[in-house]
Design a protein around this ligand. Structure first.
Ligand SMILES: [Zn+2]
Length: 94
C-alpha cells in the first residue's frame, strides 16, 4: 500500500463517444519491458505505457480477487501508442 497523500495520474472516466481500444492477451515477446508512464495505484485498474523492442503499447491491469488480469494493446510505434495512452487517460478511449 502506498501512503495516503500520494496520488499519481488518474484515468478520466470514459466520455460519451469514447473509442473502444482493442485489448489483446499479453504477447511477452520481449522480457525487458520498460514502463514509461503509469496511472495511480489507488485504483483497481491501472494503465501503463510500456516500451519494449523499439515499440510501445498500453498495458491494462485489473487487480481482482483472483489476481491481476492483464491485457495489452497491439505493439505500435511510440507516437501511436502514446496517442492511445493520451486518449485513455483523458477518457476518449476505453
Ligand atoms: Zn490515486
Amino acid at each position: 500500500m502506498i501512503p495516503e497523500p500520494y496520488h499519481g495520474l488518474h484515468a478520466t472516466i470514459a466520455q460519451a463517444g469514447a473509442v473502444m481500444v482493442r485489448w489483446l492477451e499479453p504477447q511477452r515477446r520481449c522480457a525487458r519491458v520498460r514502463v514509461r508512464e503509469l496511472t495511480c495505484e489507488c485504483k483497481a485498474r491501472i494503465y501503463e505505457l510500456c516500451q519494449a523492442d523499439g515499440l510501445s503499447f498500453v498495458r491494462r491491469t485489473d487487480r481482482t480477487q483472483q489476481g491481476p488480469q492483464v491485457m495489452e494493446t497491439e505493439w505500435l510505434p511510440s507516437a501511436r501508442a502514446r496517442e492511445i495512452w493520451h486518449k485513455i487517460i483523458t477518457g476518449q478511449a476505453v
